[in-house]
Design a protein around this ligand. Structure first.
Ligand SMILES: NC(=O)C1=CN([C@@H]2O[C@H](COP(=O)(O)OP(=O)(O)OC[C@H]3O[C@@H](n4cnc5c(N)ncnc54)[C@H](O)[C@@H]3O)[C@@H](O)[C@H]2O)C=CC1
Ligand SMILES: O=C(O)C1=NCCCC1
Length: 314
């Protein structure tokens, strides 16, 4: 194991380009949905830590065409905000596909933030109504930040709204990301007439309701990744066109779907590949659970770029 690399967060940040990231995530989502035989990705295991309302995820994946064999280990500790610590900490372990030799341990906090936003960008590309104007980000944490950065880089919105329970956090996020944003602390007001809504919160109970949103809006529902949590109200989930990153993950992990008794109409990879077509005049929800393949392709890209550029920033 003498060549095992550790690639730190700063180096990861210097290597990843948003457009390239969105492209590889789109390819990964397509392969996941239509070339399933070349990918091995069991449903992730989740170890619960009840004393902290926390979860420890193990997310393994092998993708033949991406030359990627990796697992991500991620901790979700929602109470960390009390300690001014990030809620999610993650590392990816990358292995050589031919020999099983470990190649790298990669700090995956930034990867988790950006690849999730990239998946939302792919969903938005295929599900948003052509005449979109207003983006509304709900939440002001790590995912809110990455979603703002990626959405701004990929789409042209005429108005950006950030909604957070604390207006000062939303203002800070706008300042940090150099975003001219309208700030809200009321979700009902913030989502009114919005064309794209990204929910990026740790809430347990629904915060977005059908009667508040515009018919034909597109929602990237990112925050509710366990069967007990939901961000989107049941009526909206049952009436909208629901697109998931993975049907199997949705069935096992998505509180928004399980608790609403809603169904998944398609996987985003099926739509991006052209296998399934969706009428974008309908209200759509992209239910994002987060897939190990997204992390595996990022890890391979980061490792290859690191070696080709021989970057050392630390
Ligand atoms: N779909 C995916 O692939 C991924 C999903 N996630 C999920 O995204 C969520 C957010 O993650 P981070 O941004 O890293 O967390 P964070 O802790 O940095 O941000 C969470 C935000 O939610 C807000 N919030 C919490 N409860 C709320 C409520 N009841 N109403 C309104 N806002 C509320 C907080 O104020 C904060 O702004 C987590 O629940 C996590 O499980 C995280 C990574 C990947
Ligand atoms: O997909 C991921 O990565 C995560 N999803 C749920 C929360 C922890 C990280």
């Amino acid at each position: 194991m003498s060549n095992l690399l550790f690639i730190d967060e700063k180096t990861v940040q210097s290597l990843l380009d948003i457009r390239q990231l969105v492209d590889i995530i789109e390819r990964a989502l397509i392969n996941f949905s239509i070339k399933a035989e070349t990918i091995a990705q069991p449903i992730r295991t989740v170890v619960n830590i009840p004393s902290q309302s926390a979860h420890f995820f193990n997310m393994p994946c092998y993708s033949q065409q991406d030359n990627a064999l990796a697992t991500k280990l991620a901790c979700l500790f929602p109470n960390n905000y009390k300690l001014a610590l990030p809620t999610i900490h993650a590392v990816i372990l990358l292995f050589d596909c031919n020999t099983g030799v470990p190649q790298a341990i990669i700090d995956a906090d930034y990867v988790t933030e950006m690849r999730t936003a990239a998946a939302s960008a792919v969903a938005t590309k295929y599900l948003v109504n052509d005449n979109y104007n207003i983006l509304c980000i709900i939440g002001s944490g790590a995912q809110a930040r990455s979603h703002l950065l990626v959405m701004k880089a990929i789409f042209q919105f005429s108005e950006i709204r950030i909604c957070s329970r604390s207006k000062s956090n939303a203002e800070r996020l706008a300042k940090d990301t150099n975003t001219h944003a309208v700030i809200y602390d009321c979700v009902q007001d913030a989502v009114q007439d919005a064309d794209v809504i990204c929910t990026t919160t740790n809430t347990v109970d629904p915060i977005v309701f059908e009667k508040w949103i515009k018919q034909g809006a597109h929602i990237n529902a990112v925050g509710a990744c366990t069967p007990q949590r939901r961000e989107i109200d049941g009526e909206l989930m049952r009436n909208a066109v629901v697109v998931a990153d993975s049907r199997e993950s949705a069935k096992n992990e998505a509180g928004d779907i399980i608790l609403a008794n809603a169904s998944v109409d398609a996987e985003i990879g099926e739509i991006a590949s052209g296998k399934v077509t969706i009428d974008t005049n309908q209200t759509t929800v992209f239910e994002s659970l987060g897939l190990a393949i997204e992390d595996a392709v990022c890890a391979r890209l980061i490792y290859d770029l690191y070696n080709s550029r021989n970057v050392t920033t630390s």
